[in-house]
Design a protein around this ligand. Structure first.
Ligand code: G3I
Length: 444
């Protein structure tokens, strides 16, 4: 009996101890559920989470690293009594991470999940100021150099390209008869507004005047005519045109062969080198580019262009860079293709010009209006292109030129025969999502 009493006494003591410890239990603290940030601005955001039972306060961590290798000043286990906290003093257009723990006395819960956010870009930064070490260009037409066209070109852009009025068919409409009216107007606009001017394009099979296409003289006379034209134009605009597309689209898409243009027929493949040499003789300072399209996703064509470029370089032909036209779509080409093609230009120590960027939002004509979803996909592609170009080495940068201001002015609408929204501004000159994506990419 006595033993039973002793056992009962021990069991009672254990029971009391177990219960007695109830007087100061270690509270059960779940990890809070962190929520997406809100009120995101250039320099601040609101961190939010769902509170947990028994929490007396919380500890907030904010970092620029998702491993929290370092902390934003003042935000390492920062004690917070509420289930949200204002985080400020941040950098614009920067990725941040936050997590939170519940606290009750000595007890601290596990960390919540980590939330990622990017602070806003400064709303009032023009594209040309966001660009790091290169021109931001757009096209110009002589009847679009006033009003909002002029306002936007001056506010947002640092370079212009004549969309069509500095081509042979416009400047040299008859044998021996030049018409400088519109090219001079564009050159004067660039000079008067402090804009870089990219000359486009001395030799292009699609802008050759009829009298040249149907040239009746000998091949030697043809070559002399071309030499005179190249030197006349480049000399006229020496010091004002800072770069020229000397030859545009000389390589066929499919075969990768030389395009059978009148220049090729009359002068052979050597016409390309000769035109670069003539341009250099006329202007020792101007940057000389070869320009073409579909170079990021057409291995055959890119290979031919690069082989041609290597041969020009081996013959000391004065070529300074390659222009990728970049007439692309919201989902083509893939980023890695564009980066790989760009790297081949960089490997040759040449300048790379993204020369005619537009991004079709409606390549399959599946939309009758720009949906929010497709607008955001377009925004992502413009951001991607800006990031790619921003990432190339400074010495290889020249310009990133958009081929048009307003959607309704794009050549693509007539070319493809259906509605599209490929540019940064809508028909009312309003910035689209694409504009902000492009700006974000420039500020990376
Ligand atoms: O502005 C005149 C108008 O007043 C006139 O009534 C009308 C009919 O003659 O012509 C209008 O000019 C047209 C101009 O585009 C403006 O719309 C020209 O005829 C037309 O030839 C010109 O087409 C240009 C095309 O190159 C040919 O030069 C496009 O704007 C231009 O976007 C396009 O750009 C080319 C690049 O140079 C090379 N890469 C491909 C790119 C797209 O084809």
């Amino acid at each position: 009996m006595k033993q039973l009493n002793i056992i009962l006494l021990i069991l009672t003591g254990l029971l009391v101890f177990a219960c007695g410890s109830d007087e100061n239990p270690s509270p059960k603290l779940d990890a809070p559920l962190a929520l997406n940030a809100s009120n995101i601005t250039q320099n601040a955001f609101t961190a939010k989470w769902v509170g947990v039972a028994n929490a007396k306060s919380y500890q907030l961590d904010v970092s620029i690293s998702n491993t929290f290798a370092s902390y934003v000043d003042g935000y390492q286990s920062k004690s917070v009594s509420d289930i949200k906290a204002e985080v400020d003093g941040l950098d614009a257009n920067t990725e941040y991470f936050y997590r939170v723990r519940a606290v009750n006395g000595e007890t601290i819960s596990d960390h919540s999940i980590t939330i990622k956010l990017t602070t806003s870009i400064p709303a009032d930064v023009p594209l040309k100021e966001a660009a790091q070490g290169f021109f931001i260009g757009n096209v110009v037409q002589s009847n679009r150099m006033t009003g909002m066209h002029k306002t936007l070109l001056n506010r947002e852009f640092s370079s212009i390209t004549a969309e069509y009025e500095m081509k042979m068919n416009i400047m040299y409409p008859q044998d021996g008869v030049y018409d400088w009216t519109r090219s001079d107007a564009i050159v004067d606009f660039a000079v008067n507004n402090g804009l870089n001017l990219h000359g486009h394009a001395l030799i292009w099979h699609n802008s050759t005047p009829d009298w040249v296409e149907n040239y009746t003289g000998t091949d030697a006379e043809f070559e002399a005519m071309v030499e005179d034209y190249v030197k006349t134009v480049v000399t006229r605009y020496k010091g004002k045109v800072k770069s020229w597309d000397v030859v545009n689209e000389a390589i066929e898409d499919g075969s990768g062969d030389y395009r059978n243009s009148v220049f090729y027929q009359r002068m052979g493949a050597g016409y390309i080198a000769k035109c670069f040499k003539w341009a250099r003789e006329a202007d020792t300072d101007v940057l000389l580019f070869y320009n073409d399209y579909n170079l990021c996703d057409n291995g055959n064509k890119l290979t031919t262009v690069l082989n041609m470029t290597d041969a020009l370089l081996a013959d000391d032909v004065p070529i300074d860079g390659l222009g990728f036209q970049m007439h692309i779509t919201y989902n083509w080409p893939a980023r890695d293709k564009i980066e790989a093609a760009s790297q081949k230009v960089i490997d040759r120590n040449l300048k790379l010009h993204f020369a005619e960027l537009d991004v079709r939002a409606n390549p399959n004509n599946d939309l009758t209006s720009l949906t929010n979803a497709r607008s955001l996909e377009l925004k992502d592609k413009y951001k991607e292109i800006a990031e790619i170009y921003t990432a190339i080495p400074t010495e290889n940068k020249y310009a990133l030129t958009i081929w048009g201001l307003r959607d309704n002015e794009s050549w693509l609408l007539n070319f493809w025969g259906h509605i599209d929204w490929p540019l940064l501004y809508d028909a009312d000159f309003n910035e689209k999502d694409a504009y902000y994506g492009f700006l974000e990419g420039l500020m990376k």
